[in-house]
Design a protein around this ligand. Structure first.
Ligand SMILES: [Zn+2]
Length: 374
């Protein structure tokens, strides 16, 4: 089969590496890149690996390009038409848990890197077995170590499945952050027949609700959509018809762009609640970021056009990913990979042709970035 990349991928797919199990996949990858130096950082049952090679030999490496990702997968669930860890190819399509998210991406960049013989800098791979879980002991831990030993990359491509309709149509150049919130409005419980003696928190929230629910907190910018406040839960009362509730709780989330922060959100909520007796808790679980490097984005755009003949659009939507950790260390990061239509779903799949194309795109990308930097 095609130069080994598909066999290598199938071998990874047969390992049931549900988070945080690594199932020996890092050894498989080390065998593929046997002339790369290896750093392992394990923490709290999570295995992380960093493989790197300085191609510049005695010269100074011009720059350091890293491919990032994860080999862990979410559980398969029931109802598959194929064994979820069988690596079955049917009519040119591979069906397996993790083939799109993101062992297909990992196989593609490992084999793209294998093809590189000449390079003027450092090429590396950073992989974790804990991206689908909490992500606390994964990429972040390895980056702290690389920072300590002065080996942080200049550029990173995370091969998460970003494509929507066709391979290459979407790359991610940043991500929104995420702020979780909880509001409690204090009332005074009482008999429904004596409303004057009660303070019903439902009455208090009604005039405010239109300024909360799905409200735009900013107007967005060239890179980001507006940040919206999305209510996820409202709870009050004890499930009876003759007692008014003592308090009311609202839970919400804001996927925030850089224009909205915890501070501006708190100010907005204070302004609409005014003197009402309300208690607010906010917790930022991740921060928004945007890639500033044009050369990184343009090199990837060029490679996608060259191989897949597609004009990619630049996106910052969707959930959070490990890319945020690279950004937190000041590393420029883009995300690009296979189609995401079946990820985490039953019968997760990817086409053999798309994996081969992705490998070719990565190879052109490496060369294009190098020539753009020269
Ligand atoms: Zn993923």
């Amino acid at each position: 089969m095609q130069n080994g990349v598909i066999e290598f991928l199938l071998e990874m797919l047969k390992r049931q590496s549900v988070t945080p199990n690594e199932c020996g996949i890092f050894d498989l990858i080390r065998q593929e890149l046997s002339d790369f130096q290896c750093i392992n950082v394990d923490s709290n049952g999570v295995k992380n690996i960093f493989l790197y090679k300085d191609f510049s030999k005695d010269k100074n490496p011009k720059f350091h390009l890293c491919f990032g990702g994860h080999i862990d997968v979410v559980p398969s669930g029931d109802g598959w038409d194929y064994p979820p860890f069988g690596g079955v190819i049917d009519n040119g399509v591979i069906y397996s848990r993790g083939v799109a998210d993101m062992k297909g991406g990992v196989a593609s960049f490992v084999y793209a890197i294998k093809k590189i013989k000449e390079f003027s800098g450092i090429l590396s791979i950073l992989l974790t077995s804990d991206e689908e879980g909490d992500g606390i002991y994964g990429t972040k831990i390895m980056l702290e170590h690389l920072n300590n030993i002065n080996l942080l990359p200049d550029f990173v491509l995370v091969a998460e499945p970003t494509s929507n309709e066709v391979l290459g149509d979407v790359i991610k150049i940043g991500r929104r952050g995420s702020i979780n919130g909880r509001i409690v409005i204090q009332g005074k419980q009482g008999h429904v027949a004596y409303p004057n003696k009660c303070i019903n928190p439902i009455d208090l929230i009604v005039p405010i609700l239109p300024k909360l629910s799905n409200v735009e907190l900013d107007s967005g910018d060239n890179d980001f959509l507006a940040s919206r406040l999305i209510i996820t839960n409202i709870a009050a009362g004890m499930g009876v018809v003759n007692v008014t509730p003592n308090d009311l709780e609202i839970m919400f989330n804001v996927r925030n762009n850089p224009l909205t922060t915890q501070d501006t959100l708190k100010k907005y909520l204070d302004s609409i609640f005014g003197d009402l007796p309300y208690h607010l808790e906010l917790k930022q679980s991740s921060y928004p970021f945007i890639t500033h490097s044009r050369v990184l984005v343009e090199s990837l755009r060029y490679a996608i056009k060259d191989i897949a003949k597609v004009d990619c659009s630049l996106d910052t939507g969707g959930g959070t990913s490990d890319a945020r950790y690279f950004s937190a260390f000041g590393v420029d990061v883009v995300e690009f990979g296979l189609l995401n239509s079946s990820i985490h779903a039953i019968n997760e799949n990817a086409k053999v042709d798309e994996i081969l194309q992705l490998m070719d795109i990565f190879e052109v990308f490496i060369k294009q970035l190098e020539s753009n930097i020269e």
